[in-house]
Design a protein around this ligand. Structure first.
Ligand SMILES: CC(C)(COP(=O)(O)OP(=O)(O)OC[C@H]1O[C@@H](n2cnc3c(N)ncnc32)[C@H](O)[C@@H]1OP(=O)(O)O)[C@@H](O)C(=O)NCCC(=O)NCCS
Length: 287
């Protein structure tokens, strides 16, 4: 299998055969390499630095492997995996993360056989936004200004801790050390809120107003099971509807029972399940 840098003249002709993997690479706006066997592309390796996936401290060089779904059952998948890890090793990157559909069990198994370890297991859930939800508890949703973004992350880190979401738990340790550039970018793309009852902050929320995405929601551990989670979700759904979204989507770890149950009770349906697997480069040396 050959690797083609994003600058290679052949890249444009290869990219059409792997629209999903190429779309990821382009959306991330990072350097990438296409892996192809005799002009037949399998996927890409995208190269960046943390914070991208919150797998390692900021500045750590990392890779994201995007396998084109149509190639998941290919007989030559092991060649793709070994070429990807070779590239990661040559570039002295610390790790490589791959996201695979739960349906592609054989591919999941092959990545694991090659040394990738289970990192995450999540559902995508969606529901239509056809109705308006009526709040029943008087909560304030305080929009976060740019200068308050770091404080929001500090509070969110406390409120999001301790769930069964293993990838989130891993990432939380890096959330207090996010660079200003990340915070500025995040604040520009998300709507962040503190959720306040009286004088007390009881929760956090972030939604993406244009693509109908609920990024994070959490209730202070001391204030749980008092109906606040339902109120936060009510607000999030109404906001997304008001902003013109026709549906709301989110990701939730398959073992996060409280959250899964909350979303189920609001009519969210599981539309897909994904596994993320992480490979640590044994020869990585921080410079
Ligand atoms: C999920 C979370 C936001 C729920 O907040 P909450 O204020 O406790 O939720 P509510 O009191 O409004 O409960 C709403 C529903 O959630 C479900 N739920 C909440 N806690 C639950 C638990 N411990 N076990 C099972 N179901 C639970 C129930 O369906 C509940 O409805 P019910 O009380 O009528 O049975 C809260 O547990 C939390 O902050 N968890 C950590 C962060 C997190 O996981 N966020 C979601 C990331 S995708």
């Amino acid at each position: 299998m050959k690797t083609y840098s994003y600058k290679h003249p052949k890249v444009l002709s290869l990219i059409n055969a792997i629209p999903e993997a190429a779309g990821k690479a382009k959306a991330m706006n990072l350097p990438y390499w296409i892996l192809a066997q005799k002009s037949h592309p399998f996927g890409v390796v995208i190269v960046g630095q943390e914070p991208q996936q919150l797998t390692a401290p900021r500045g750590t060089p990392i890779a994201l492997v995007a396998l084109e779904p149509s190639q998941a059952s290919s007989e030559n998948l092991s060649d793709f995996i070994s070429t990807a890890t070779k590239l990661v090793t040559e570039k002295n990157l610390a790790n490589a993360l791959v996201t695979l559909s739960f349906k592609h069990r054989r591919a999941v198994m092959q990545f694991q056989q090659a040394g990738f370890e289970p990192f995450d297991d999540y559902y995508l859930m969606y529901r239509e936004l056809s109705q308006h939800w009526t709040p029943t508890i008087g909560l304030q949703f305080k929009p976060i200004k740019l200068r308050e973004t770091r404080e929001w992350f500090m509070v969110a880190t406390r409120y999001l801790a301790g769930t069964a979401d293993t990838a989130l738990n891993h990432g939380l340790q890096y959330m207090l050390d996010l660079p200003d550039t990340f915070l500025t970018r995040y604040h520009a793309s998300e709507k962040l809120y503190f959720v306040v009852r009286g004088e007390t902050t009881i929760g956090v929320l972030d939604i993406h107003g244009t693509n109908g995405w609920i990024g994070n929601m959490a209730v202070n551990p001391l204030s749980r099971r008092q109906g606040y989670g339902k109120q936060i979700l009510t607000f999030a759904l109404n906001q997304l509807k008001t902003r013109g979204c026709s549906q709301a989507g989110l990701r939730v770890h398959v073992n996060n029972k409280p959250a899964c149950q909350l979303y189920d009770s609001f009519g969210f349906k599981k539309t897909a399940r994904f596994k993320r697997l992480l490979w640590w480069n044994p020869t990585y040396a921080a410079s």
